[in-house]
Design a protein around this ligand. Structure first.
Ligand code: SF4
Ligand code: SF4
Length: 301
């Protein structure tokens, strides 16, 4: 079996739904985007986005001698959506165990497999960390395109995926890059309650409910606060309306399933929840990092 097929088979057995390959090269065409992004302070409070621009544009600075990029996608679309009526809403990616534990470990396992099987000199894995332009690589690896809602969309499965990246000096056959299939659709732009997608393909982070409810520890601006639509951790609206998510299939990954205790919560229980109960219910969840006080603030308490 050639390395591409072998890596793909191992990725599928580790629970990834898609795995694609691209030739590592400079992403010089992105420079105006990054320059503008930083100049116009579009990173909001996410200061790490201002750093390591040269590494984002040139993977050889991250891993000198790099030849190939591998993009991995793991489906987290739930088997059951937690009812939104009389409830607060959390993003579907946070229903189960923290993706920084589950997905990161799988990406690392695949990197280890590549090292053991093909003995390249260099292999480095990334999951939601490090200055890697993961959405561009996903498109170049043919596993999806960056939609007008700025998320990676797979044409057969939608956008409810975690994305991991592996860089290596192994020579791998590149896949055909994916093309933009949004066409004249503008459902996500029209559905966004805060105008965060007013410029298609560019998220205005400071206006995004996800940023405000997860990352911002200060005051939520009044105009956003009035449009939270009971979201207390993340948002998902621009994904829920995307026609490609009609193809989303429920995940088989048991770590992403919500606990019965989380599924049973309604507004009353959320509002009455003490810190100890919160820490118990969410001890393995990414919500614990945002913390009790911030989630309570998001409820308006
Ligand atoms: S996550 Fe919500 S607020 Fe952010 S862009 Fe999508 S719809 Fe708008
Ligand atoms: S809702 Fe339409 S425009 Fe937005 S990402 Fe999906 S296909 Fe593209």
């Amino acid at each position: 079996m050639n390395p591409n097929d072998s890596i793909l088979q191992r990725a599928l057995s580790l629970g990834f739904s898609h795995c694609g390959f691209a030739k590592a090269e400079k992403l010089e065409s992105l420079r105006p985007f990054y320059t503008n992004f930083i100049k116009q302070k579009k990173n909001a409070g996410l200061t790490y986005l201002k750093r390591y621009t040269e590494q984002r544009l040139n993977p050889d600075l991250l891993l000198p001698g790099i030849k190939s990029v591998i993009t991995l996608m793991m489906n987290y679309y739930p088997q059951e959506i937690i009812p939104e009526e009389d409830n607060y809403v959390i993003s579907k990616y946070a229903y189960g165990k923290d993706d920084h534990i589950v997905v990161k470990e799988r990406v690392e396992k695949l990197a280890f497999f590549i090292t053991e099987s093909f003995k390249p000199s260099l292999v480095k894995s990334f999951f939601d960390s490090g200055p890697v332009s993961e959405k561009i690589w996903a498109q170049r690896c043919g596993v999806g395109w960056q939609g007008k809602n700025t998320l990676i969309i797979n044409r057969k499965g939608g956008s409810f995926y975690h994305i991991g990246i592996i860089l290596t000096d192994l020579n791998l056959y590149p896949d055909e890059p994916e093309t933009d299939r949004c066409g004249s659709c503008d459902k996500c732009i029209n559905a966004c309650p805060t105008g965060a997608l007013n410029s298609p393909y560019q998220l205005e982070i400071a206006r995004c409910i996800s940023y405000q409810t997860i990352e911002n520890r200060g005051e939520i601006p009044q105009e956003i606060k009035g449009n939270l639509r009971d979201r207390i951790f993340g948002c998902d609206i621009c994904q829920d309306v995307c026609p490609f998510n009609r193809f989303a299939k429920p995940t088989k990954e048991k770590h992403f399933l919500p606990s019965p205790e989380l599924t049973a919560l309604r507004k009353k229980e959320w509002r009455e929840m003490g810190e100890e109960t919160f820490n118990r219910i969410f001890r393995d969840s990414g919500i614990i990092r945002t913390g009790y006080q911030t989630v309570k603030r998001n409820m308006g308490l």
